[in-house]
Design a protein around this ligand. Structure first.
Ligand SMILES: CSC[C@@H](O)[C@@H](O)C(=O)COP(=O)(O)O
Length: 356
């Protein structure tokens, strides 16, 4: 399985974050290295790293790197002011996936607490390295738990449709939706995957197909428009996707095209599953229509691959990166704490504080 995020803290040198450049996969495996928080922010914005949990993990490392910069660059002013600036820079990269803000918040809670206790910025930095590593490691073990719970929903044999990439590349490792698929295969189930190519950015074709093939999981790549007829022919046993943000009422924002799949699954009476960790749940936002939906550049639609134009120059383009699937279309949400009906998820949270 690919290890897309590596953090390094050498004894005599700055910390660095090494990310597999997901824009170049599957044709090339190239690593982008960041040694300051601006580089990390650029990597998130430009989708070197993408997928909600992976963005959160990268941001956590970005905060730790930003903290180191305070000492290295001998920044004027107070440490908390600098750290808020770092947090804002990272928080402005992508608006939809709540894991980004969750991770920044988690890191803030720690550094502000340690600062209040009188630790020096260098001492705080060392603790932040460990905290970011914990964010990363916890994500992997949460994915494993999701896999364990979620795979029980799958039949002993059948075909599962997935959209975008919710795999090892989109997380700390193993994956959410693809983690459930992996766990089902590891449990001996005969699962065949249909992977939507996922226009316009082709995460399904470039990343999901690549990941599943590397694991020898039988996979067929289809274009997004083909799923309806596969369902009508009885070829799909279940749909499983990841999530970028889940609101209190169980609505789910995920890659554009997810909502269409949920409507189709409902029509064809096929179970529709969402796999996501609790860090993807926004416990403050009431409903999905409040979720900020990122709009990306027109070039993602008018070109394919690296700049091959497929539409007339000057054509008007609409390119929302995500859509919202209403809770009523979701059969179950698979989390690291178990499997829930979307509307029941909120009852699992005794008390959660959110500050952003
Ligand atoms: C485990 S990843 C879940 C989602 O983040 C994923 O399905 C998705 O929509 C990713 O979008 P992306 O724009 O590639 O960051």
């Amino acid at each position: 399985m690919v290890n897309a995020i590596v953090f390094d803290t050498p004894k005599n040198g700055p910390p660095s974050l090494h990310l597999i450049d997901q824009r170049r996969l599957p044709l090339e495996t190239v690593t982008v290295t960041s040694t300051d928080h601006h580089d990390v922010a650029n990597s998130i914005r430009e989708m070197v790293v993408r997928g909600a949990p992976a963005i959160g993990i990268a941001a956590a490392y970005g905060i730790a790197i930003g903290s180191y910069e305070f000492t290295r660059e001998k920044i004027d002013g107070a440490y908390p002011d600098w750290m808020e600036k770092v947090s804002r820079t990272l928080g402005k990269t992508r608006p939809t996936a709540v894991n980004l803000f969750w991770a920044i918040d988690r890191m803030r809670t720690l550094w502000s607490d340690l600062y209040a206790k009188g630790l020096t910025p260098l001492e705080i930095t060392r603790v932040l390295y460990d905290e970011a590593r914990s964010v990363h490691e916890e994500d992997i073990s949460q994915n494993r738990s999701m896999g364990k719970f979620g795979q029980e929903l799958f039949p002993e044999s059948g075909s599962v449709l997935t959209h975008c990439n919710a795999g090892a590349l989109a997380t700390g490792g193993y994956g959410t939706a693809l983690g459930v698929i992996r766990a089902a295969v590891e449990a001996g189930k005969k699962i065949h995957v249909f992977a939507d190519e996922t226009r316009p950015y082709l995460q399904g074709a470039r990343l999901t197909a690549y990941e599943l093939m590397a694991d020898n999981i039988p996979t067929t790549l289809i274009t997004d428009g083909m799923s309806a007829s596969l369902m009508a022919k009885g070829k799909i046993s279940a749909v499983i996707v990841g999530a970028d943000r889940i609101t209190r009422n169980g609505d789910v924002a995920n890659k554009i095209g997810t909502y269409a799949l949920a409507v189709l699954a409902h029509y064809h009476k096929i179970p529709f599953y969402v796999a996501a960790p609790f860090s993807t749940i926004d416990f403050v936002m009431e409903t999905g229509n409040l979720i900020p939906i990122e709009e990306r550049s027109s070039e993602e639609v008018t070109t394919i691959g690296h700049g091959n134009r497929v539409a007339p120059i000057g054509v008007d383009v609409y390119n929302p990166a995500f859509d919202v699937t209403p809770a009523g279309l979701i059969t179950r949400i698979i989390t690291e704490r178990g499997v829930f009906k979307p509307q029941d998820l909120i009852h699992q949270i005794p008390s959660i504080q959110k500050t952003f």
